[in-house]
Design a protein around this ligand. Structure first.
Ligand code: DC
Length: 222
């Protein structure tokens, strides 16, 4: 069988991972997998079922009962329904870090992520892709940016998408998620030893994309 390639892009919330990962996947004709959307979809399912996302046992009760997937447009779906807009709500953003800290829910979603990636060329973005999900990835990028810059980017993105929020709300959310994501006991956010760090605070999207493509080319990924 022909070798398939994987590129892992990890880093804190709103560091521009998904924008960059999508462009790279497009250019290389790889499949783009947004794992954050899967944690958001689980959170949405918990809220929709009237369960408390801070209650681990109650949240876990949905494992195996819901199907989280991507449709032909690569939009996130819950039981076949496109929920790509719903997963971007403030309510989901405020609760997703609790859900992402529960080990059994992570194992359930990691299993799907590995299945999606098996024998395919993928660009996968998240928090634990290089350290855990695809620990043998051909290229591991750890993308960072200052909290203020990330809050600013998220704020602008919300305006473009018609989602109501303030810069202060975005900064609070970025700081809160940074803390929870990097302090959970199972698969906390941290760079893989063999990852390459890119600080995007003062870089344009094109510059980040070109930097990653340059390294991918050097490694023979394309
Ligand atoms: O990338 P994002 O903002 O859509 O991610 C939403 C949340 O999901 C984020 O707070 C951390 C969590 N997450 C995770 O724990 N592991 C991943 N591989 C991806 C996201």
């Amino acid at each position: 069988m022909e070798k398939s390639y994987s590129i892992a892009i990890d880093g804190p919330s709103a560091s521009g991972k998904s924008t960059v990962a999508k462009i790279i996947a497009n250019k290389l004709n790889f499949i783009y997998v947004d794992t954050g959307a899967m944690y958001r979809a689980f959170t949405y399912a918990v809220l929709k079922a009237g369960l408390d996302p801070k209650d681990e046992k109650a949240s876990e009760s949905l494992i195996g009962k819901i199907e989280i997937s991507f449709n032909e447009k690569n939009h996130i779906t819950l039981d076949g329904v496109d929920i790509s807009k719903e997963v971007r709500s403030n309510e989901v953003a405020d609760n997703v870090s609790y859900i992402a800290s529960y080990k059994n829910i992570r194992l359930f979603l990691v299993d799907s992520q590995r299945k999606i990636a098996s024998n395919k060329n993928v660009v996968m973005d998240g928090r634990d892709i290089g350290t855990y999900v695809l620990s043998n990835a051909d290229l591991k990028i750890y993308q960072i940016a200052s909290a203020e810059e990330r809050a600013n980017r998220r704020y602008k993105e919300n305006i473009e998408k018609g989602i109501k929020s303030s810069y202060e709300d975005c900064l609070d959310n970025v700081n809160k998620r940074d803390y929870i994501d990097s302090h959970r006991s199972f698969c906390p956010l941290h760079p893989a030893d063999d990852s390459i760090e890119i600080n995007t605070t003062h870089m344009t999207i094109d510059e980040v994309v070109n930097e990653i493509l340059k390294i991918a080319k050097e490694r023979g990924i394309y």
